[in-house]
Design a protein. Structure first.
Length: 321
């Protein structure tokens, strides 16, 4: 057991600390994918990203039969260019990566909607205007499935079943998402009141039981306010229960206990307990030799840090210790 003399902010204090000090672990994990077929100089608009206020990162794998350029463009600009295709080659492309055949592509995005653009680098006589869009392959088509599974949507009027490709370039895009893979729902802790009392002060010890540690390292906070110096301690319940019949045993019990404060009138202090410590009780008594005034009251408040959500992991750890 450890004792710390610190001031505790009792009400509304949330402890978002994971069990045993574990932190969330994040990794890039595969999300959806798509397979695209393109002719020379075709463009393909892939996934639309909506970064937060601080921006975001795109992470994809690109596997192309022939070299392509991968870049990002603002969604609003791309939508406008779809109304005027001659604008497509001159858009403000970001994070351009050329001559991609097999590569991992990343880009730090600004805080606005962005579209992934893939451009077939081969020359086309139509390139000076706009050579057109590639087509998303339908994974339900048995012939096209050999190219790779992808999104089921097909560009209107340009699906591979109705379009003849002069020199097809098949590209597979694997999207990734940044997601938690371990310690994703850490237990949440909160200071919970165990008891609070304002009582008439006497020379006899007051014993408050019912403190049971649920996990190792559980904190208990005690606040005392009294007109006379007090001895305050948290003792094993079995020891504290004997004080009613043997009040003289208090000093011996305090000598063997580190969770205590002596001669205090106004103080908040903490103690830390483990499951193996068993049930605990708070003992409060005026120091020996003190003249206890009549009709005066002492106040005591006790709080413990308890798990309030996602507690399964915590309980499992405690049970295995």
């Amino acid at each position: 057991m450890k004792t710390n003399s610190v001031v505790v902010a009792f009400l509304g204090l949330l402890l978002a600390t994971a069990a045993a000090g574990q932190e969330k672990l994040f990794q890039w994990q595969p999300a959806n994918d798509e397979s695209v077929r393109m002719d020379p100089s075709n463009y393909h608009a892939g996934r639309v990203y909506h970064p937060g206020p601080g921006g975001g990162i795109i992470h994809i794998d690109v596997d192309a039969g022939l070299p392509v350029t991968v870049s990002m463009v603002r969604e609003a600009e791309w939508n406008q260019a779809m109304q005027r295709p001659d604008l497509v080659p001159g858009l403000n492309y970001m994070c351009g990566q050329e001559h991609v055949v097999k590569a991992t592509y990343t880009c730090q995005l600004p805080p606005e909607p962005m579209v992934l653009i893939v451009h077939d680098e081969r020359f086309s006589s139509e390139r000076t205007v706009f050579a057109g869009l590639g087509a998303v392959l339908d994974p339900d088509n048995k012939i096209e499935r050999a190219v790779g599974a992808g999104l089921s949507s097909v560009l209107a009027g340009q699906g591979p079943s109705t379009r003849h490709f002069v020199a097809p370039n098949d590209i597979h895009i694997q999207y990734y998402r940044w997601t938690c893979i371990a310690n994703c729902n850490p237990p949440q802790f909160q200071w919970i009141e165990q008891f609070r009392e304002k009582y008439d002060l006497t020379n006899f010890a007051k014993v408050y039981g019912g403190l049971q540690p649920e996990r190792d390292g559980e904190k208990v906070s005690v606040k005392i306010k009294s007109p006379v110096p007090m001895a305050v301690a948290i003792l094993p319940a079995q020891v504290a229960n004997q004080l009613h019949s043997s009040p003289d045993a208090l000093e011996a019990a305090l000598e063997r206990n580190s969770c205590q404060q002596r001669g205090v009138q106004s103080l908040t202090f903490e103690c830390t307990f483990n499951v193996a410590d068993g049930p605990q009780s708070v003992v409060v008594v005026p120091e020996a030799g003190q003249q206890v005034p009549h009709h005066k009251k002492a106040e005591i408040e006790v709080f413990a840090v308890k798990c309030v959500s996602n507690c399964t992991v915590t309980n499992t750890v405690a049970a295995n210790n």
